[in-house]
Design a protein around this ligand. Structure first.
Ligand code: SF4
Ligand code: SF4
Length: 87
């Protein structure tokens, strides 16, 4: 089962050189290159950040998408679980 992180990938058009490395790394088919620039299909993007780590130009970043689910506050959930276990 998969769930969105609540974020989507965003391209800085002035940094992208259209190499396609990010599109090859996206397991969700959310990226495509056209006319030397990558485009993000935000409905397909899960916000996993793999493409961000692969871009050699630093042209990708994750931004919050209100249309997606709320991000999980992992540290708060762990702290709450630890507190409940001690009670
Ligand atoms: S890897 Fe970076 S530079 Fe290459 S197409 Fe993707 S966003 Fe553009
Ligand atoms: S964040 Fe993940 S799902 Fe979204 S475009 Fe990048 S690799 Fe694909």
């Amino acid at each position: 089962m998969l769930a969105s992180s609540g974020y989507v990938s965003r391209v800085a058009a002035d940094l992208c050189v259209g190499c396609g490395i990010c599109a090859d790394s996206c397991q969700f088919g959310a990226l495509s290159v056209s006319d030397g620039l990558v485009a993000v299909d935000t409905t397909a993007c899960m916000g996993c950040s793999v493409c961000v780590s692969k871009c050699p130009e630093g042209a990708l970043s994750l931004v919050r998408d209100p249309a997606k689910s709320e991000p999980l506050e992992i540290r708060a959930l762990i702290a709450r679980a630890g507190s409940a276990a001690r009670d």
